[in-house]
Design a binder for this molecule. Structure first.
Ligand SMILES: *Cc1c(COP(=O)(O)O)cnc(C)c1O
Length: 642
C-alpha cells in the first residue's frame, strides 16, 4: 500500500489489490458501486447479483450472520462447463469414446448440492461417485438417471458389496472399484450368491505422483489401489471364475488440486498404457477413470503454487482426451469411454461465507498521558527523548533498535520492582508511538531494513470476525489452504488499514493471516477503517469444496445458517432466496455432546425460583431471566450482531 496518498482511487485499483476477477472464475467481480457481485451464469453477464442486496435480504428475513450462501446457478454452470468441454474436445479430437463423468460426493455431500448436480448433469448422463457405505446409501437413492454411472471407491465390507449389487439388480450402472485384492474375492463370492454379474473396476497404484499437498495419493506407498502384479492377478482371477468380461474399468487418482499439468499428462500416459496392455491380454475394458485432481486457482496466480494451478479446465480436458487418444492409437486399441471424478472444480465456487467484523484488536490502540513526572525513572525519560528526536535523528534503524531495547529493559526493570506499572505503561505508549512514526517514514522508502519489515505486521490491526475458522475454513487451519477473503462493500474507497483476521473461537489458531493480494501472498489484508454503527461484511470465497462439510465442533459453534440463492431475470435484484437452512442452535451442539438441555433449563429455572423465593429477585425479573436462558439455548451459536 505504498500509494496510500493517492486520492483518485478507482474500482480498477481495488481489482488490482484484491484480484477478485483473478480467482473469481468468471463468477465474481467488483461492481461500479464498490460492492462485490456475482454473475452466476457467465454466458449472461447482464445478470448480476449484488452481495449488498443479498445481505440486506438475509437480514430482512431475520437470518443471523454468519451465513453460508449457495449459488445454485454456479453449481449448474460448472457441471455444464465440465461436460461441454469434454464433449467439445472429444468431437474436435475425433476421439471414438464418450465422456461419462461422475461427481464424487465426499467433496460436498449436502443433499441440495447433490440434487442440483444430478439435475444439471442429466443431459450429459453425469453420475455420482461414493467412497464410503453412507455415501453409497445416499447415492443409491439419489443417482436416479439410469444411463449415468455410479462409481464406488473406498474400502468396502460385505454390506457395501450387497448394497452395490442391489443397485445392479435394479438396473443401475454400479461399478465397484477394487482398492485392495481381497475386496475382489468378497465381491465375487457375494455376486455368485445373489446371482448378479458385478461390474468391476480396478484402481491402479500409479508410479506418477501428483505434485502439491496431496502427492501421497500416488506412488508405492499409496493407501489405495493395486500394484501391476495385483491387477494382472485380479484380471486372471475374474477370468478363472468365468467373469473376465466383468472387468470394465481402470481407475486411477493421483491426488487432489494437481498444481502442475505435467502430472496429468504423465498419469494419462501411464494409465493409457495399462489399459492398452489389459486390452491386448483379452480384457476389453470399456472405461478409463482418470479420478479427480482438476485444480482451482485459489490465489489467482495461474502458477504451480499449492493454492493455484498452471492450466485451465480446457487444457486439462485436452490433455486427458488427446493423451488417451495418442496412447490408444499407438497401441491399436479402441478409445475407452472416459470417466473423471472432479469434485473440487465442480463445487468450490458455488458457496461462500458472509461474515461480519465485530471489532478491532490493536497492540497500540490505547494510550496514556506520557508527560514528564517528577522523579520518573530514567528509562521513561530516555524513550521520551528518543520519540522527540525522530524528526532529526540521523539513523532511523538505530532509533528502532534503541526503542526496542528500552522496551525490553523496561519489562525486566518492572519485574525487578524498579519500575512502576504506570511507568511501564508510559514506556509502552511511547514505544508504539515511535513505531507508528517509523512506519510512516518507511512507507516512502524503497529499501526497508530487514528488522523493520515486520513493522507493518506488528502494527497491523486484527479484525475480529464473527465466524470460526475450524467450522468454515478447516483446511486453512489444517493444511494452510489459502482461500480468498475480501470486503464485500466499500471497494470504491481506498483501504487504509492493514489487518489480519481472527475468529471468535478461544483458540489462537483461529485466525487467517494469509491473503492473496496484488503482489502475491501477504500476511495482512488491506481493509477499510471501521465506521461506527456501520456493518463491515467480509466474504470468504471458494468454500464449496471440502470446507463446507469438513467443519468441526471446536468451541461448539457448529453449522452456519445457510441461504440458497437462485438467479431470476425478472427480479429487480436478479435473485431470490429459495431456501433457508437453519444452522446449529446451542441446543443442537450441546445435545451432540450428550447434554440434557431440557434438564439444564429446568435446573436453572429452579435456581432462579429459589432466588425469587428468598427475596433476592422480583418474580417478574425471575421470569425474564428464565425466558432469556431458554431463548439463548434455542438461539444461534455465533455472536449476535443484527
Ligand atoms: C477425493 C477424490 C476425488 C475428488 O478429487 P478432486 O480433486 O476434488 O476433484 C476423486 N476421486 C477419488 C478417488 C477421490 O478420493
Amino acid at each position: 500500500m505504498k500509494e496510500q496518498q493517492k486520492n483518485n482511487w478507482t474500482i480498477e485499483d481495488a481489482e488490482r489489490i484484491y484480484g477478485v476477477s483473478r480467482w473469481g472464475g468468471g463468477y465474481f467481480h467488483i461492481g461500479d458501486n464498490g460492492n462485490v457481485q456475482v454473475t452466476p451464469d457467465p454466458t449472461n453477464t447482464e445478470m448480476r447479483i449484488d452481495f449488498k442486496a443479498v445481505i440486506d435480504e438475509i437480514k430482512q428475513e431475520g437470518i443471523q450472520l454468519p451465513v453460508v450462501v449457495r449459488f445454485h446457478d454456479v453449481l449448474r454452470s460448472q457441471v455444464e462447463q465440465l461436460n461441454r468441454t469434454f464433449d467439445q474436445t472429444i468431437t474436435e479430437a475425433e476421439y471414438q469414446g464418450e465422456y461419462n463423468g461422475v461427481y464424487p460426493v465426499k467433496v460436498n455431500q449436502m443433499r441440495e448440492v447433490v440434487e442440483e448436480i444430478v439435475d444439471a448433469g442429466k443431459p450429459f448422463n453425469y453420475g455420482l461417485e461414493a467412497g464410503s457405505k453412507a455415501e453409497l446409501i445416499a447415492v443409491l437413492a439419489y443417482n436416479t438417471n439410469e444411463s449415468s454411472l455410479t462409481i464406488l471407491n473406498g474400502y468396502k465390507d460385505e454390506e457395501f458389496m450387497r448394497l452395490a449389487l442391489l443397485g445392479t439388480k435394479l438396473g443401475r450402472k454400479m461399478i465397484v472399484v477394487v482398492e485392495k485384492y481381497s475386496e475382489l474375492l468378497l465381491l465375487v463370492k457375494i455376486a455368485k450368491e445373489l446371482g448378479v454379474e458385478p461390474h468391476v473396476g480396478v484402481r491402479s497404484k500409479m508410479t506418477v505422483k501428483g505434485r502439491g499437498k496431496w502427492e501421497g495419493s500416488g506412488g508405492d506407498r499409496a493407501k489405495f489401489g493395486l500394484t501391476i502384479t495385483e491387477i494382472i492377478k485380479a484380471a486372471r482371477y475374474l477370468e478363472s471364475e468365468g467373469l473376465g468380461h466383468c472387468l470394465e474399468l481402470l481407475h486411477f487418482h493421483i491426488g487432489s488440486q494437481l498444481t502442475d499439468i505435467r502430472s496429468v499428462k504423465e498419469a494419462i500416459s501411464e494409465g493409457g498404457r495399462i489399459y492398452s496392455e489389459l486390452h491386448k491380454m483379452g480384457f476389453t475394458l470399456q472405461y478409463v477413470d482418470v479420478g479427480g485432481g482438476l485444480g482451482i486457482d485459489y490465489d489467482g496466480s495461474k502458477s504451480t503454487n499449492d493454492s493455484s494451478r498452471n492450466y485451465t479446465m480446457a487444457e486439462y480436458v485436452a490433455d486427458v482426451v488427446y493423451g488417451m487418444k495418442e496412447v490408444c492409437d499407438l497401441e491399436g486399441v479402441p478409445h475407452p469411454t472416459l470417466v473423471s471424478e472432479s469434485g473440487r472444480a465442480i463445487t468450490a465456487h458455488h458457496s461462500c461465507v458472509i461474515m461480519e467484523i465485530v471489532g478491532e484488536i490493536r497492540s497500540n490502540s490505547a494510550e496514556i498521558d506520557t508527560a514528564p513526572a517528577d522523579g520518573e525513572h530514567i528509562f521513561v525519560t530516555n524513550i521520551r527523548d528518543l520519540y522527540l528526536s525522530i524528526d532529526h535523528h540521523p539513523n532511523l534503524q538505530e532509533l528502532f533498535n534503541d526503542a526496542s531495547e528500552y522496551k525490553e529493559r523496561a519489562v525486566d526493570a518492572f519485574k525487578l520492582r524498579v519500575l512502576s506499572l504506570e511507568e511501564l505503561g508510559k514506556i509502552e505508549t511511547l514505544y508504539w508511538q515511535i513505531m507508528v512514526e517509523l512506519q510512516q517514514r518507511f512507507r516512502s522508502i524503497e529499501f526497508v531494513p530487514e528488522e523493520l519489515q515486520d513493522l507493518d505486521y506488528n502494527l497491523s490491526s486484527q479484525y475480529l470476525c464473527n465466524f470460526s475458522v475450524f467450522q468454515s475454513a478447516a483446511d486453512t487451519w489444517a493444511i494452510d489452504q489459502l482461500l480468498p477473503v475480501v470486503p464485500l462493500t466499500r471497494m470504491d474507497q481506498e483501504p487504509t488499514v492493514n489487518c489480519s483476521l481472527v475468529d471468535i473461537t478461544c483458540d489462537s489458531d483461529g485466525k487467517i493471516d494469509q491473503f492473496t493480494i496484488e503482489r502475491g501472498i501477504s500476511d495482512v489484508l488491506p481493509v477499510h477503517k471501521l465506521n461506527k454503527g456501520e456493518p463491515y461484511p467480509m466474504g470468504l470465497f471458494l468454500t464449496g469444496a471440502y470446507q463446507d462439510v469438513m467443519g468441526d465442533m471446536h468451541n461448539l459453534f457448529g453449522r452456519l445458517n445457510e441461504v440458497h440463492i437462485f438467479s431470476y431475470d425478472d427480479d429487480p435484484q436478479d435473485f431470490y432466496i429459495e431456501e433457508v437452512v437453519k444452522g446449529s442452535s446451542v441446543n443442537d451442539v450441546l445435545g451432540v455432546m450428550q447434554y440434557n438441555t431440557q434438564g439444564m433449563a429446568t435446573d436453572v429455572k429452579r435456581l432462579i425460583d429459589k432466588h425469587v423465593a428468598s427475596g433476592g429477585m422480583k418474580p417478574r425479573e425471575g421470569v425474564r431471566w428464565t425466558d432469556f436462558y431458554e431463548s439463548c439455548l434455542a438461539g444461534y451459536t455465533y455472536m449476535k450482531t443484527n
